[in-house]
Each structure stands twice: as C-alpha cells, then as structure tokens.
Design a protein around this ligand. Structure first.
Ligand code: FAD
Length: 503
C-alpha cells in the first residue's frame, strides 16, 4: 500500500511513533484540521514508554508514571482528554538502605536519625565542607550532587542508585542530568521545606519537582491517556497504524518526501506527506535516511547511548505488602533498582483487592546478561530478591510476567550534547520539513509533559507556520523565551509571572 501526496496539495503530516509526543502532535494537528498518519511499530498498543501493560487483568506501567506538570496547558490537556478518570493521588516513596527505610524525597531529620548520631555528624560536617569549598563549575553528576549535599550523603543516597540506573560511574555522567532533575534541591532546601509551612500549591512554578507530594494518575494507568487519544484519532478518521516500523526515510531536493514501514510479516508500505514529525530515537532516524546523511552526522547519531529497562511484574497473594507507591532500592546486595506497588497508584490496577501487583525494575543494557536471561529465570531472580529484602516471601507470588523496554533512557554522557547539536544542525539546514519531538526524538531525558510540549510547538509550527523552537522547552515543559509579563508568548498564551521568573 502506498499513500502519495501530489506537490502543492494541502498539508498532510506523517508522525513516527505513537507515544505521548506523537499522539499529542496528532491531537493538536487534528484540532487544527490538518490530516495525520501516525505510524507505530508496536503491534498491539500505543503509549510508548507511557503505555500500560495488562496481564491476566493486572495492569502495570513501564516504571510508575506520575502526571505532574508546572505547565498548566499540559495539565489542562490531560483533564480535557480523560476528565474524571484522572485520580488525584498522594505520594509515598522511600529509600531502602542497610535494612532501613528512609523517606524520599530525603527529609533531613529522618535521614540523620536513621543513620545514627555518629554518621549524622559526619554527614553534616561533609555538607558544611561542600558549602565552604564547592567544586567550581561542576561538570559531572558526582561533583554537582556533592556540592548540594556533601560527599557522605551523596555516597549514601545518590551514588549506588544512580550507578544502578545508568550503568556507568557518576563521574562519567554529565551534571546536566542532576541539574535538570533535582535542580534547586540541596540539603538546606530539604531542611527548610521540613520546617516551613507548605507554599500555596497553585503556584506550581515554585515547587521543587523532586518534592512534589501529590500527583495525578489515570484510573487505569498512563496507557489509558494515550489509548483515549488513539480512539479520538480513529473517530476523526485517522486511526493510528500499529505494527508499522519505520525502516526508511526518503528525501530529495532538501525535503523528506515519504517514509517506508514494514510490519511483522515483512510487508512494506510507503507513506507520503508534506511534513514529518519524528519521536523515534535520533540514532534510528538518522540511520534510516535515504540517501544516507553525511558521515559526520551518522557518526554523531550512532554515538548516542541509551539505557534499557526490564520490569518484572509479580502478583502477590496478599491484600497489602507496603504502603509506598514505589521504593528505591539502594542496597548493593541486590540488582533490583526500584519496586513499584501499582495498587497504591490506583486500586483499579488490580482485578482483585485481595491481591497486590509489584513491579521490580532492573536497569540494564541490551548487551548485558540480564537482558538476555530467560523470562522464567528473571521471575525467579525477582522472587529471590523480594525475599532477600524481607518484603515478602517467594511463596506469596502466584504469577509473574517480564516486560523488556529498549531505550528507556537517553544517556547524558560527555559527548551527547555535541552529538545532538551536529544532528540538529544538519536537519535544520538540510531537511526543514522533518521535525523532532519528544524524549528519544530529541535525546532529552524528560517526562511526558516535556515531550508533549515539544510536540505541541512542532504541530503549531506546521499548522500555523509559526517559528517556535521546541529546543527552548525546558525540563519543566515551560517554553523558555525571554518575553515580558502580560505579553502573549509565541504560543499565543498570556505569560504568567512565574514563567518570566524562570526565563
Ligand atoms: C522508567 C520510566 C519512568 C518514567 N516515569 C515518568 C513519570 O513518572 N512521569 C512522566 O511524566 N514521565 C515519566 N517517564 C517518561 C515518559 O515515559 C516519557 O517522557 C514519554 O513516554 C516520552 O514520550 P515520547 O512520545 O517522546 O517517546 P516514547 O514514549 O518513547 O514513544 C515513542 C514511540 O515511537 C515508537 N517507535 C520507536 N521506533 C519506531 C520505528 N522505527 N517506527 C515506528 N515507531 C517507532 C515506539 O514504539 C514508541 O511507541 C518515565 C519513563 C521511564 C522509562
């Protein structure tokens, strides 16, 4: 099958990937009456990393997905799509370390109390040393976090877990990651937030993201949001095309003209369009360009790294196991990095309130032994580790299933910024009708709200001919232009005080 668009015909946008970015772009374009074709390689479902998997009536995320944004437009969009199906949930998450549970986000007194008086004094002394003699211009994650917390707290609460997540030393990770994800957080902020009354939660811009203690969550998991958008899309005559893996991106005369997909039977289709949005990993996109991109661009794209992820869902024959939404496992004796309790995200994630579903999360590379272990072995490992941690015994587990997720995290190593810049520059100059959006689509380690905001801007550029720059959306999903309070920003919205404060 081939879709062909004659030159000069009205706009038709081909979107690669039906995760939050691809589906948000489709939703916005359809609102503006621009036809879309959404291509998704998954044969069964939409939602990408934010999909919800179902197994024998038990539902679980690829890592628990909190819905929280400092961007009111994104929050409003979630409400518009799911209305009352969005639950408002309290957060409880703790760190498991040396057989004890520590509050997370870290609460100064709880942490120091749990560590005992001697270790507490050491931690405070090391924090004071870090404040008096900070590493100037920290480039690595290790230096950045040490400056905020001191060496001892850093080594207890950040080093082991961060190295489990990324599989490389914190000395090799760029400070960008911490600066984006735990910015404005240091021991002083933690102490102050414990002592002072809570600020008005409606002033979202002032909230330190890591400290958020309430969030929204779809009743049936994050996938419910994206399945609903796919339904709306189908009703409007643009069903998402599942089982379509983009294998070639054809271009000529300085523009992309079509993309070729194959399905699981190997059948190929060509999808032509006037504009193209890619939310698929940059490394894959560049490798699929035909004719190939220049050598320098291919080298830059292929140097981009990703971290993969395995979630092992275990069904437990107990109504309650622990009260947290999730627990971070800092214990170096086990390989599991985090444990989700999906029933505590939404009771409707389990079919029977007498049972519990835990998601044990393992961070890995496709090339390492964990990824290639058989499912039955992985389930045994997860059961054994639950027992080792004293969370529940293997005998309580009556079912289990393994979900492998490639490219769950774009890696922020020393070279990633320069490599992304090479790709961006090439695409902007050579293929201006190919637009990047989303997480792996832009190699930005960000949440759904960021992916959605970049997609909204790209869709508006295509539909309205505006020149918004999705790279100026910051990690808080705020469009980061230098504009004055009271003026309309480039998205047509009134600029709020807090946005200016961040610009
Ligand atoms: C463990 C974990 C926990 C997270 N927790 C949160 C959270 O609490 N809150 C939050 O807001 N966000 C969270 N996120 C981030 C969130 O999942 C992402 O920001 C969001 O899913 C990114 O959307 P996207 O559309 O850019 O990319 P993706 O979700 O990756 O979607 C891209 C889509 O493209 C498809 N695709 C890839 N290659 C091809 C191809 N060749 N052809 C066709 N299709 C292709 C994929 O199958 C996928 O469906 C978490 C992510 C992870 C991994």
């Amino acid at each position: 099958m081939a879709t062909l668009i004659a030159k000069g015909e009205r706009k038709h946008v081909v979107i690669m990937g039906a995760g939050p970015a691809g589906l948000t772009a489709a939703y916005e374009l359809m609102k503006r009456s621009v036809p879309v074709t959404v291509l998704e390689k998954d044969p069964r479902q939409v939602g990408g990393l934010a999909r919800t998997v179902e197994h024998n009536g038990y539902r679980f995320d690829i890592g628990g997905h909190r819905f929280f944004s400092k961007n009111q437009e994104v929050e409003d969009l979630w409400t518009e799509i799911l209305g009352d199906e969005m639950l408002n949930r309290g957060r409880l998450s703790r760190i498991y370390y040396r057989g004890r549970f520590f509050a997370y986000p870290i609460q100064a007194f709880n942490a120091l109390w749990n560590l005992g008086p001697l270790e507490a004094v050491r931690c405070l002394a090391s924090y004071l040393r870090a404040r008096l003699q900070p590493v100037k211009s920290p480039l690595t994650l290790e230096d950045w976090v040490r400056n905020q917390f001191g060496w001892r707290l850093y080594s207890i609460f950040f080093k082991t877990y961060t190295e489990k997540v990324w599989g490389i030393s914190t000395k090799e990770l760029s400070a960008d990651w911490a600066a984006q994800r735990i910015k404005s957080l240091d021991l002083w902020v933690v102490i102050r937030s414990a002592l002072l009354p809570r600020r008005n939660p409606s002033r979202r811009g002032e909230i330190v993201t890591t400290l958020i203690d309430r969030f929204r969550y779809p009743r049936l998991g994050p996938g419910q949001m994206w399945e609903r958008v796919a339904e709306i899309s189908a009703v409007k005559g643009h069903p998402v095309l599942l089982d379509r893996s983009v294998v070639r991106v054809n271009h000529d005369d300085g523009a992309v003209s079509s993309v070729v997909t194959t399905d699981s039977d190997g059948s190929a289709e060509t999808h032509a369009g006037t504009d193209f949005i890619s939310s698929i990993p940059i490394r894959e996109l560049i490798a699929r360009l035909e004719p190939p991109a220049p050598e320098k661009v291919r080298r830059a794209a292929s140097a981009l790294g990703y971290r993969d992820f395995i979630s092992i869902a275990l069904m437990i024959d107990r109504p309650a196991v622990f009260p947290d939404n999730w627990i971070y496992i800092h214990d170096p004796r086990v390989r599991v990095g985090r444990i989700q309790n999906f029933k505590n995200w939404s009771p409707d994630m389990v079919p029977d309130q007498g049972k519990t579903c835990l998601g044990l999360e393992y961070f890995c590379f496709e090339s390492d032994g964990l990824w290639t272990m058989r499912d039955a072995e992985l389930i045994e490992l997860a059961k054994k580790e639950l027992g080792q941690l004293g969370i529940c015994s293997a005998g309580d587990v009556f079912d289990g299933v393994v979900v492998r997720q490639q490219k769950a995290y774009p890696v922020y190593d020393d070279g990633y910024q320069a490599n992304v810049a090479v790709v961006r520059d090439y695409l902007a100059r050579s293929l201006p009708n190919l637009h990047l959006a989303g997480r792996n689509g832009m190699h930005k380690y960000n949440n759904q709200d960021h992916s959605m905001m970049t997609a909204l801007l790209v869709a508006r550029n295509i539909a309205a001919g505006s020149r918004l720059d999705p790279w100026k959306v910051n990690a808080d999903a705020v469009y980061h232009e230098d504009i004055k309070v009271g003026e309309r920003d480039l998205t047509g919205r009134q600029v709020a005080e807090r946005m200016r404060a961040k610009a």
